[in-house]
Write a protein that binds this ligand. Structure first.
Ligand code: 4AD
Length: 458
């Protein structure tokens, strides 16, 4: 169907005086005896195009064309509305492509985000989700561009895996047969299953990413990860999109530099390419959002040692729900205090105790901490987790043993340390978390098309 995108009609004067065809859904309709105004949106812009129907002309208008949600094809002349200096269309011919009955769920102008979550197939037609998904798309492209411009190779790691990367056992199992009591042991059951061994959906592409980096030097992945975490929070989803660069010949300070550059790059692109959306989020969801993002782009992030953070938290004049001691895993209340109250900007926390981090992280010279980093941001908390990897075979084996892990299934990973091992590092950025940060949306369920969370699959 040949037609012009509404964004081009609104944004440029090239079509003024011309007769063109536009398509879209009716967002609002004002109908009177002599004239009707329709606000048409085709998804290309947050702004609607006004269609003016002069009823005294010989245009025939199907009454269904003025119903909220109806889809139309409109032919008409582009004219300038002098009152508000916008382009609109004087309709000559209107075809109803799809009628929309009165039970259309978006009759009310503003609906609660919770209500909209119940209808993921409809909510994309609202301004909020129109803006969220356009920003997601622009940021996804910016992430690819950032890595491509710097010579990283985009790779796709498997989604079905036999190894649990984070070692936390939070994997969804992949099976084609249900467990039955007839099996004498778990081993017998798994042997009978599709792959002949226990498999699950990958929580991270990192281990295979490391494999690729050992041949390609610099790689990144951009795909879904799955976590069967039973945490019903505003920032956890069972299925989320994960960006994981892995870099050979890279140490922790280099990794931090790459992560900071990447975040600044994508925010700059977002501010440049989505000014309308940013204005919308500022007005509706986070006052001061633009200023916050400008400040992120123009200032250095803080780098704080875990041990120093513990001291700051111990001295804080705040009663935390979870007590703080060196060695404890930081809770979200602690992370928020550090990034929101103390620094009020993104903070790389580094050098965590080895006991609370994953087996693959490089042991520091103190023998107590690992060269890991989490990037914490105000409002959202952790958006990046990463580390330098343990490149020494014996140290890696010792770390696995200390965590009670079997080496079964990790032969390939150990081989990387056996054959030409090199210092290397990588991180994982939660795609939905960065979208939350730049839009001010406070719930992860509102930045992904179909959220999957505990007890919820639509
Ligand atoms: O800190 P995580 O668990 O690190 C890893 O998976 C490493 N293997 C990454 C690497 O070094 N290549 O997860 C990385 C990021 C988190 O900082 C967070 O942004 C996001 O992934 N994330 C989630 N996002 C949404 N829902 C969840 N359940 C998430 N779990 C992690």
């Amino acid at each position: 169907m040949k037609h012009t995108d509404i964004i081009d009609v609104i944004g440029k004067d090239d079509y003024l005086g011309q007769e063109i065809t536009v398509c879209g859904w009716v967002r609002t309709a004002r109908d009177s005896k002599n004239v009707a105004f329709l606000a048409l949106n085709d998804g290309t812009s947050l702004n609607h195009l006004q269609i003016v129907i002069d009823k005294s002309s010989d245009i025939e208008v199907d009454p269904e064309a003025t119903k909220l949600g109806a889809s139309l094809k409109v032919i008409g002349e582009v004219v300038k509305n002098e009152r508000n200096d916008t382009n609109e269309i004087n309709a000559k011919e209107i075809t109803v492509l799809g009628v929309c009955p009165a039970d259309y769920p978006l009759q009310k102008k503003f609906q609660k985000l919770e209500t909209l979550r119940e209808m993921p197939h409809i909510r994309v037609r609202t301004n909020t989700f129109n803006a969220v998904f356009r920003v997601r798309s622009v940021i996804a492209a910016a992430i690819h561009r950032f890595f491509q411009e710097r010579g990283y190779v985009y790779i796709n790691t498997p989604l079905i895996t036999g190894s649990d990367c984070e070692g936390a056992g939070e994997m969804f199992q992949v099976t084609t047969i249900g467990y039955s009591k007839d099996y004498k042991s778990e081993e017998e059951y798994y042997a009978d299953d599709f792959f002949g061994k226990k498999t699950g959906l990958s929580v991270s592409g990192q281990l295979e990413g490391e494999v690729a980096a050992m041949g390609l030097g610099k790689i990144y992945t951009f795909g879904p990860s799955f976590r069967a975490e039973n945490s019903n929070t505003q920032r956890h989803a069972a299925e989320f999109w994960h960006i994981e660069p892995e870099i050979a010949f890279c140490e922790l300070p280099d990794l931090i530099e790459i992560a900071e550059d990447m975040i600044k790059y994508i925010i700059k692109e977002y501010m440049e390419k989505c000014p309308e959306e940013l204005k919308f989020f500022e007005q509706r969801f986070e006052k001061g959002l633009t200023e916050k993002l400008l400040s992120v782009v123009n200032n250095d992030f803080a780098v704080v040692d875990y041990t120093d953070a513990i001291e700051i938290l111990k001295k804080a004049d705040v009663k935390f729900e979870f007590p703080v001691e060196w060695g404890c895993d930081l809770q979200s209340e602690h992370e928020r205090y550090i990034t929101e109250k103390v620094y009020n900007k993104p903070v790389f926390l580094i050098n965590y105790p080895k006991e609370i981090k994953s087996f693959y992280m490089k042991l520091n010279e103190d023998g107590k901490t690992v060269a890991a980093t989490d990037l914490l941001v105000p409002g959202v908390g952790e958006i990046i987790g990463g580390s330098e990897r343990e490149a020494d075979l014996n140290k890696l084996l010792a770390a696995m043993e200390a965590k009670g892990m079997s080496t079964e299934g990790y032969d390939f990973y150990l081989d990387l340390r056996k054959y030409g091992s090199v210092p290397h590092a990588g991180f994982g950025l939660g795609f939905e978390r960065i979208i939350m940060y730049v839009t001010g949306m406070s719930n992860i369920r509102d930045v992904i098309l179909y959220p999957r969370t505990v007890g919820n699959i639509k």
